[in-house]
Design a protein around this ligand. Structure first.
Ligand SMILES: Cc1ncc(COP(=O)(O)O)c(C=O)c1O
Length: 388
């Protein structure tokens, strides 16, 4: 039989993520690699989903999303960013941020188009752009503070890209882009007439007074920015896959053109529960508790890693910490993560997995602290083996 795989997916292969997950299961490692919580989401959110199912909200939702959820998202934007968003035309609910990201690539990029993305980059960006037939224009973020070179960014814009993909707070580095960095980006987008996609799924996960600036809130940027978010990260229900895109009517129209044929609509009862989550969190102290609990987990993981010679890079947001593996004599992060999983019993992700260009990649491992304190402590105990 001829090769079954179409050209557009033929290069995808098996990722290091599944390799490490499989090794973690085989070696019963404490998994600090996978980027999702090992604890339950809040009761008021779970209860809302159960109630929605019992209230028979179980048939197809309108393709752009349940009005109640879209109104709750609009209210959130009004409350946090003082922007009046039209819930009917400027918000689209998707099956996770993942679907919104893929729809955006498919609906905004033509084959041959170029898309700027900062690297390291969240792992779905490259496949999304590849599926659309476009090519990435990677712009490096440099450790330890993950700055970019403005000259390199400008040179990328000079190549006349169709779009730029931004992620702040950033996975895998934990960088929260500063206002001045975003201002430069905004200026270049306007100068070169480039559309921006801004993945802000960790917008509520900030540490040490870090401030999240939505790219769309900068002068002249609302008109050309599609902001992507997800209920999964903020309410610890990643399996629900409720994401959404917010932006001007034209960009939502583009996303909807793809969404209507990819999934048509997203799970109805979970959308209704997501609306409750946003409505309730705006009036109870959920976000404060959420941040405090994550801060405790972050501090614990950082201390455990540093103690065994894995010094961590500064971060301001998301639930990831990157550790420098060079002090332990490793230069190859993939070899290190295999060793850590199989010999030490702790799984982490090699940060090189997030690079498009594998040349001169810094020797780092990404650890996730969306884990119970007991899970982190169990990992910490095993990490002690690195000392012997
Ligand atoms: C930066 C970023 N964007 C998007 C996603 C996916 O979000 P969802 O689960 O809502 O599809 C993730 C999940 O890890 C992420 O880290």
């Amino acid at each position: 039989m001829h090769d079954l795989l179409a050209d557009r997916v033929a290069g995808f292969g098996t990722s290091i993520f599944s390799e490490i997950t499989n090794l973690a299961i085989e070696y019963k490692a404490v998994n600090l690699g996978q980027g999702f919580p090992d604890f339950a989401g809040p009761d008021f959110v779970k209860q809302a989903a159960a109630e929605a199912i019992h209230a028979d909200l179980n048939q197809y939702a309108p393709s752009p999303g349940l009005p109640r959820l879209r109104k709750a998202i609009a209210a959130q934007w009004e409350r946090l960013y003082e922007r009046a968003v039209d819930w009917q035309t400027e918000i689209t609910v998707t099956s996770g941020a993942t679907e919104a990201l893929a729809n955006a690539a498919l609906a905004l990029c033509n084959p041959g188009d170029k898309v700027i993305m900062f690297e390291p980059a969240y792992d779905s960006y490259l496949p999304d752009v590849t599926l659309a037939g476009a090519t990435p224009l990677p712009v490096r973020l440099h450790p330890p503070d993950w700055h970019f070179d403005p000259v390199v960014l400008r040179a990328a814009f000079e190549q006349r890209p169709r779009a730029i993909w931004l992620n702040t707070p950033h996975n895998p580095t934990g960088k929260v882009f500063r206002r001045d960095e975003l201002m430069l980006l905004a200026e270049l987008c306007q100068q070169y007439d480039v559309v921006a996609l801004s993945d802000e799924v960790y917008d509520q996960l900030l540490f040490n007074d870090a401030v999240h600036v939505p790219l769309a809130s900068l002068p002249g940027m609302w008109e050309r920015t599609l902001t992507i978010n997800s209920i999964g990260k903020t309410f610890s229900v990643t399996g629900w896959k409720i994401g959404y895109a917010v932006g001007p009517k034209e960009l939502n129209h583009a996303v909807r053109q793809s969404h209507q044929w990819v999934t048509f609509a997203t799970a109805t009862p979970l959308q209704d529960a997501a609306a409750t989550a946003l409505e309730q969190a705006a009036v109870n102290s959920y976000y404060d508790t959420f941040r405090q609990e994550y801060d405790e987990r972050r501090v614990l993981l950082e201390r455990m890693l540093t103690e065994v010679g894995l010094s961590t890079l500064a971060m301001q947001g998301s639930y990831f910490l990157n550790a420098d593996i060079s002090a332990l004599g490793f230069t190859d992060d993939r070899a290190f993560c295999r060793f850590l999983t199989t010999e030490i019993g702790v799984a982490a992700i090699p940060t090189s997995a997030f690079y498009i260009d594998q040349n001169d990649v810094p020797p780092l491992a990404r650890f996730c602290f969306a884990k119970r304190l007991e899970t982190l402590a169990a990992g910490g105990e095993r990490l002690q083996r690195l000392k012997s």
